[in-house]
Design a protein around this ligand. Structure first.
Ligand code: SF4
Length: 317
């Protein structure tokens, strides 16, 4: 359903272009869930904003294609994007549910407004009825739609955001850090809800997170980003069992695993590079314990390393 080819997005700044996302490739099928993971600033959110073409004023897609059901989103006019893509085909759940909801309107009004902007033919009464059904779908009593955001707990606000994202029956949902600011129990409930919706509505989901443990139970696929590039992608179980890219290995070692043997967690030395001047060759080389001369000179290409498994590392393949 979604085929992203060589997506490259830069931000213009006074100091030069920030190369936030470069030559990113991935595919997503209908009904499939994919985790997009990596440290802060690796380009995850820029990919989400590029998919919907809602980048800030200084952001620009430099090259590449975003094929959604074979139509290239990069080439669509603003009118076609508004009418056919945003909310109707792809919906985004923003990071931080409290900030994404308007505190001075009740939640029903906010969702009704969103529905009527994207589907002007729907009457207010029909839109209100739809909000009630959406609330029930996400596990909140329909009557609570009349409440204001401050009357909801963090978990309920996140559910309301999910209801709002589903208002126009999209094919794909992008959830940007859906567990942010929620305690672990509420996080688990939100992930369970996303899982149930994926099954019942045959939704495709892209889940953006820096926390690998959040996506393991929900996603079939995983894309690991490092400094604007895809480091490794493929089947999530295979990647957890045998991560091939040194960055994926380090990232997995940085999280506790309650099912595995007790071990000391490790952190990744150093910090991600400045994307105004990323390091030449492999962008991970200043932090990689296996770096060789070639890693400092040549950018590794994403190569097939197994069935549905791709890795960008000179040591693999
Ligand atoms: Fe490390 Fe080289 Fe592989 Fe980059 S290409 S991850 S520096 S071994």
């Amino acid at each position: 359903m979604l085929d992203v080819q060589n997506l490259t997005t830069y931000y213009t700044t006074m100091r030069g272009p920030v190369r936030a996302v470069e030559d990113v490739n991935f595919q997503l099928k209908k009904g499939e869930a994919m985790g997009l993971a990596g440290e802060s600033g690796c380009g995850k959110t820029t990919i989400a904003l590029s998919l919907l073409r809602i980048l800030p004023f200084n952001g620009k897609i430099i090259r590449g294609k975003i094929l959604l059901k074979k139509k290239d989103i990069v080439q669509l006019s603003d009118k076609r994007l508004r009418e056919d893509v945003r909310w109707k085909s792809i919906s985004l759940i923003f990071q931080g549910a409290m900030n994404a909801l308007n505190p001075v309107y009740n939640i029903e009004n906010q969702i009704v407004e969103a529905i009527r902007i994207h589907e002007p033919e729907v009457s207010k009464k029909e839109a209100r009825e739809r909000v009630g059904k959406l609330f029930e779908m996400v596990g909140i009593e329909a009557a609570r739609a009349k409440n204001y955001p401050h009357e909801f707990s963090g978990g309920m606000r996140q559910r309301a955001m999910i209801a709002m994202a589903l208002a126009s029956n999209p094919d794909m949902l992008i959830a940007d850090e859906p567990g942010t600011a929620l305690d672990v129990i509420v996080q688990a409930q939100v992930l369970k809800l996303l899982n149930e919706l994926k099954e019942s509505l045959n939704l495709s989901i892209i889940m953006i997170t820096h926390d690998l443990s959040l996506i393991t139970e929900t996603c079939e696929k995983l894309v690991i980003m490092y400094a604007g590039n895809v480091a490794e992608s493929g089947d999530i179980v295979a990647m957890h069992k045998k991560p091939l890219h040194p960055y994926t290995q380090d990232l997995i070692s940085a999280f506790p695993n309650i099912h595995a043997k007790k071990r000391r967690m490790t952190s990744i030395p150093g910090s991600p590079p400045d994307l105004l001047q990323p390091p030449p060759g492999c962008r991970f080389h200043p932090r990689c314990k296996y770096a060789k001369d070639i890693c400092r000179k040549e950018t590794p290409k994403l190569k097939e390393a197994g069935k549905n498994h791709y890795v960008a590392c000179h040591l693999v393949g």
